[in-house]
Ligand binder design. Structure first.
Ligand SMILES: Nc1nc2c(ncn2[C@@H]2O[C@H](COP(=O)(O)OP(=O)(O)O)[C@@H](O)[C@H]2O)c(=O)[nH]1
Ligand SMILES: [Mg+2]
Length: 364
């Protein structure tokens, strides 16, 4: 048994200006607690001299730094390296930018002590938890949509949090497949935890340095979600993914359907034309996320095949619409129902066709 009670893993990239404040704040927060700790900084070879800073701090605090160089730069992989190298089986992960208040560490440790089977989460959304109101609308929106998308996977309020603690034995022998930012989500979904225990935190926006969250990370997140859905729900998961992408395409479809009519086209023409921006949108999203990891064919060929299968889907979609609205006064009164019926028929067809041909996966 290790003599350290809690290992605090801190992934860093370009955080030399934050790390000292963080280490001091942790030291202060844990000055009078009854458990011992170590801080393990996992840095992705930042060009900012953080190694020297940590070495200096290590004369005063129980802190060490790890710089894995045998893999690409990645937050999740850094956290995994830290978890593996931790001296204690009780591991807590937090950001370096002081977003996560060290004052909450004792409460998280207690929660883990009380029930070693749980995954303890520092949560922004439970009662009395909060976050800086300075968040841009974009970030706020993003965070909420992302949270919603994880609902079927985990039962907690703040699955996107990067502030968490757990017992390492709960993930031993579990096959993890992390990518990008949401390592907490990965652990929660795949680990053998008895539940999630949320501790309210006051999230602070970083004061120094820049966020490394970017568009690529968002795409990675979609891929990550796809993996988790598939792991949890099998091919139903893939269908759910496909459905979500389809739902967003439906909105594009509606916008153009009304736009073309507003521009003076007949509803049949509007229906015929709005199909294309919608289906192209879906194609792009599916390419990026749903089928993102399958073996890709050359883009031009893939697009040709896509257009061909879409032509069939389009014929069905438009055919159902025109037939229903043309033959049945009811559907002519409620054209949206005809539109939905057309999309429904074509979607099932498209899903089957794209799975089989366009994104052709060689399952060896
Ligand atoms: N080791 C490592 N740490 C990273 C990487 N990307 C981000 N981090 C760290 O992960 C934490 C959260 O990142 P941050 O940029 O603040 O993301 P945000 O809070 O979502 O804006 C910070 O401590 C970062 O330094 C990476 O690629 N490798
Ligand atoms: Mg941050």
């Amino acid at each position: 048994m290790s003599s350290v009670d809690l290992s605090i893993v801190v992934p860093t990239y370009c955080e030399a200006d934050n790390i000292e404040n963080l280490v001091r704040a942790i030291g202060k927060a844990l000055a009078h607690v009854s458990f011992s700790h170590e801080i393990l900084v996992v840095d992705d070879d930042s060009p900012d001299g953080i190694v020297g800073v940590v070495e200096r701090l290590s004369e005063e605090f129980p802190v060490r730094i790890l710089v894995p160089r045998d893999r690409p730069r990645d937050l999740s992989l850094s956290v995994m390296d830290g978890i593996q190298a931790a001296a204690s089986e009780r591991v807590l992960v937090m950001d370096a930018d002081l977003s996560h208040p060290p004052d909450c560490i004792p409460a998280m440790y207690q929660a883990l002590e009380a029930d070693p089977g749980v995954f303890v989460l520092g949560s922004r959304y439970v009662e009395s938890g909060s976050f800086d109101r300075d968040w841009s609308l974009w970030r706020f929106f993003n965070s909420h949509i992302a949270t919603l998308l994880t609902r079927p996977l985990v039962n907690c309020r703040d699955p996107m949090s990067g502030f968490f603690a757990f017992h390492r034995t709960r993930i031993e022998g579990v096959r993890l497949n992390p990518i990008g930012y949401k390592i907490g989500l990965e652990l929660m979904v795949r680990g053998r935890f008895t539940g999630v225990r949320e501790i309210p935190i006051r999230f602070q926006d970083r004061a120094i340095g820049e966020s490394k969250m970017n568009f690529t990370q968002q795409v990675y997140f979609l891929r990550h979600l796809r993996r988790l859905y598939t792991a949890r729900f099998g091919s139903l998961g893939e269908f759910i993914n496909y459905g979500l992408v389809g739902a967003s395409g439906f909105i594009v479809d509606l916008v153009f359907y009304f736009l073309f009519q507003w521009l003076g086209l007949s509803h049949q023409w509007a229906r015929a034309l709005s199909f294309w921006p919608a289906v192209s949108w879906n194609w792009q999203l599916n390419r990026a996320a749903t089928f993102g990891e399958r073996k890709r064919r050359p883009r031009a060929r893939q697009w040709m095949e896509f257009v061909l299968t879409s032509l069939l889907g389009f014929t069905l979609n438009w055919g159902v619409y025109v037939t229903l609205t043309g033959r049945y006064p009811f559907f002519d009164d409620y054209r949206l129902l005809a539109l939905v019926a057309g999309i429904g028929v074509a979607s099932v067809f498209n899903f089957v066709m794209s799975s089989l041909y366009v994104y052709n996966e060689k399952r060896l």
